[in-house]
Design a binder for this molecule. Structure first.
Ligand code: TDO
Length: 181
């Protein structure tokens, strides 16, 4: 398993070791001891999420202002452009985003600590996204930064307008969003 830092402090790219043989492949998509040793993150995961979306769907940019969730994100079918936005006001990179391609093929995972908004768009015909979270879903604390806030300027790899939920269409610009200290 290889861990790489990203330009946003605390956000980590994880490349699992994949063992291929004549039957196919095997890899540990999560190992609590190794995750803690290699990342230095003490996370305990309480919920596993799984979503499926068609090409051009965009979900995000989401966070919970209380019961903030750390998320360990991976893709088991298709490919996404996964985006994190630093919304920790005291962070030197507050307001900056970072994007990575996560796919069933590359098997990369992204560790998104609490303090970030998170979202993705699907670049394959369909994608299944699975992620572990460090806290439970708390709809009363859910917030969305609007995906196309020009002040943030995420370079989404979109071919036309994205398919959004009503909630995401009602996201707010970062300047009006509740953020972390
Ligand atoms: C997020 C969530 C939703 N739901 C329900 C509520 C709703 O009826 C349905 C779909 O919810 P949403 O439209 O909020 O799903 P979605 O837009 O996929 O929300 C997710 O987006 C990604 C980017 C994240 O980072 C996640 O934390 C989460 O916010 O699922 C749960 O039961 N548990 C959950 O943890």
């Amino acid at each position: 398993m290889k861990i790489s830092a990203t330009p946003l402090q605390g956000v980590l790219l994880i490349e699992p070791t994949v063992f291929g043989d004549a039957r196919g492949y095997f890899y540990e998509s999560f190992n609590a001891r190794r995750f803690a040793e290699l990342t230095g993150v003490q996370a305990s995961f309480v919920q596993d999420n799984h979503s499926r979306s068609a090409k051009g769907v965009l979900r995000g940019l989401h966070y919970q202002i209380q019961q903030a969730q750390g998320k360990l994100v991976r893709v088991t079918a298709g490919a996404i452009f996964d985006v994190v936005l630093d919304i920790r006001r005291s962070s030197p990179t507050f307001g900056r985003w970072h994007g990575v391609v996560l796919s069933a093929e590359n098997k990369h995972e992204l560790w998104v600590p609490p303090g970030f908004a998170h979202g993705f768009t699907v670049t394959s015909d369909m994608a299944e996204v699975q992620y572990k979270t460090t806290d439970y879903w708390a709809p009363e604390f859910e917030r969305s930064v609007i995906w196309n806030d020009p002040a943030v300027g995420v370079a989404w790899p979109l071919d036309g307008e994205p398919l959004l939920s009503a909630k995401d269409r009602a996201g707010v610009p970062l300047a009006q969003a509740e953020v972390f200290p």
